[in-house]
Design a protein around this ligand. Structure first.
Ligand SMILES: Cc1cc2nc3c(=O)[nH]c(=O)nc-3n(C[C@H](O)[C@H](O)[C@H](O)COP(=O)(O)OP(=O)(O)OC[C@H]3O[C@@H](n4cnc5c(N)ncnc54)[C@H](O)[C@@H]3O)c2cc1C
Length: 446
């Protein structure tokens, strides 16, 4: 297999002269999805602001607020000390990047002057303007930003054990850098022999809904490279009724998979897995149980809001986002619909679409600006359009840059990129340019 070990930035896939031109052009490009904000003098305030969550959204908003506000006391609450570049997980899990490229330290990104409480929020008490941590600390606030991301609900899959990823053909890119690395080990072992691969998709909202598709494209590519494709089958089992929520993208992927020989079922939800026996059980909408033996299984967990949000008054109580307990924000201002001193950023928001780092890139400046406006006694005046983006890898060295809004309209932001056309340029963005862009978002620079 040509890609026996992960490549690093120094031994990346070889770049020929034509590709070098693209690379030069790429460096000069504005970053896709950037938002421009009206410049204003810093707002003088002594407001206490609590930010729950120090992932991409929490830190990006903290960085912005620390510049937009003069005198505010900002506290971030999150126990997590390692910062993970999650968009790189698919590259680790398919043998393109080494794992250390997705591992940094949160301490390196927290803006100066903020307080960091290394604990989790156990309960939100928005009526009393306070959060309570797992350690029992009650922290009052004037304004709250909820940035807790999603909960990966592997517990809904009977027999699933995250600790077993990497062995017995069990794979899952989502939970951690270690799981991504172990997934690559499982994929390598599978590709060496070939056999039956089963790729799953639940029906809940997902962070980076393109990741399960990237894993499928790349698995097929690894089988091809290993020379075992002709003795293998790849079956994609979705519970969603389709494979992607944006129709033109869904149709394009299905057409590609038909040509690539990837089979698809769109009404099958993964209910249980017998890891030792390598047998998955799916249920159909009619309640029928379907047993599926496999040599390689990629599990995508159902996703919901973390308990602290789901069980609080901040969650949607009715409508399509209530079951997952997602944060009840206005989809345009990202301000809470019932608690006007609360805003949401990132994956936790109960909005149609918008669970990507690219979403945070475009919406963090809007959330910070709108919150600063509210603190200044004005109305939030910057709307968010739901920008969501995902470089959908189609094989090693090629990707499609998919960008869309709340309405599911394709919103290409780079003139030289056709949204549904795969290109080396889009691969290059994924492979080389998006992590620097991500770091710039954390620092509040784009
Ligand atoms: C496999 C994979 C591939 C992806 N690929 C892409 C891609 O190609 N492009 C793209 O744009 N995006 C991609 N993403 C999505 C992107 O990483 C997320 O959308 C982004 O990280 C969202 O930021 P966030 O701040 O909302 O959540 P996160 O970055 O996940 O941070 C949430 C933080 O909240 C903390 N937290 C949770 N509960 C609590 C609590 N009760 N109290 C305090 N803190 C809490 C957590 O510890 C965590 O630090 C991918 C994600 C994955 C997993």
């Amino acid at each position: 297999m040509p890609q026996a070990r992960p490549s690093t930035s120094s031994d990346a896939p070889r770049v020929d002269a034509g590709r070098r031109r693209w690379l030069g052009a790429a460096a000069a490009l504005p970053l896709a999805g950037a938002a421009t904000m009206p410049a204003r003098a810093a707002v003088k305030t002594s407001a206490r602001i609590v930010i729950a969550g120090s992932g991409l959204g929490g830190i990006a908003v903290a960085s912005r607020l620390s510049r937009l506000l003069d005198g505010a006391r900002i506290t971030i609450v999150d126990r997590k000390e390692e910062h993970n570049y999650q968009p790189g997980y698919t590259l680790v899990a398919t043998g393109v990047w080494p794992v250390d490229k997705v591992q940094d330290r949160n301490a390196d990104f927290q803006p100066a002057g903020i307080e960091w409480v290394k604990d989790m929020v156990a309960a939100f008490d928005p009526a009393a303007n306070a959060v309570v941590t797992a350690g029992g600390q009650r922290i009052g606030y004037d304004f709250l930003v909820v940035a807790t991301g999603v909960h990966l609900d592997y517990a809904q899959i009977e027999g699933m054990d995250v600790g077993a990823i990497g062995r017995n053909g069990l794979a899952s890119v989502y939970p951690s850098p270690q799981a991504a690395q172990a997934t690559w080990a499982a994929m390598q072992a599978f590709a060496a022999k070939g056999g039956d691969a089963v790729m799953t998709l639940p029906a809940t909202p997902l962070k980076c809904a393109g990741a399960p598709l990237k894993m499928t494209f790349m698995l097929r590519d690894r089988l091809l490279q290993a020379g075992t494709l002709d003795r293998s089958k790849v079956l994609f089992m979705s519970a969603l009724g389709n494979v992607f929520g944006v129709k033109p993208v869904n149709d394009n992927v299905l057409q590609r998979w038909q040509q690539l020989g990837i089979a698809v079922e769109t009404t099958h939800k993964l209910a249980a897995v017998d890891i030792g026996a390598r047998r998955a059980t799916f249920v159909t909408p009619e309640g029928e149980k379907v047993e599926q033996p496999y040599d390689f299984l990629h599990v995508v967990p159902p996703m919901r809001a973390p308990d602290a949000v789901k069980n609080s008054d901040l969650a949607w109580k009715e409508g399509p986002f209530a079951a997952g307990g997602w944060l009840e924000v206005d989809k345009s201002t990202l301000r809470h619909r019932r608690f006007p001193n609360v805003f949401g950023i990132g994956d936790i928001n109960g909005t149609p679409r918008g669970k990507t780092a690219a979403t945070v890139k475009k919406s963090a400046p809007i959330v910070a600006h709108n919150l600063a406006e509210v603190i200044a006694g004005r109305q939030p005046d910057q709307p968010f359009d739901g920008y969501t983006s995902c470089p959908l890898i189609t094989r090693e060295g090629s990707a499609m840059l998919i960008e869309f809004d709340y309405e599911g309209r394709l919103t290409p932001s780079l003139p030289m990129i056709e949204p549904l056309q795969d290109s080396y340029f889009a691969w290059l963005m994924k492979y080389r340019m998006l992590k620097p862009a991500y770091l710039a978002v954390l620092k509040g620079r784009v």
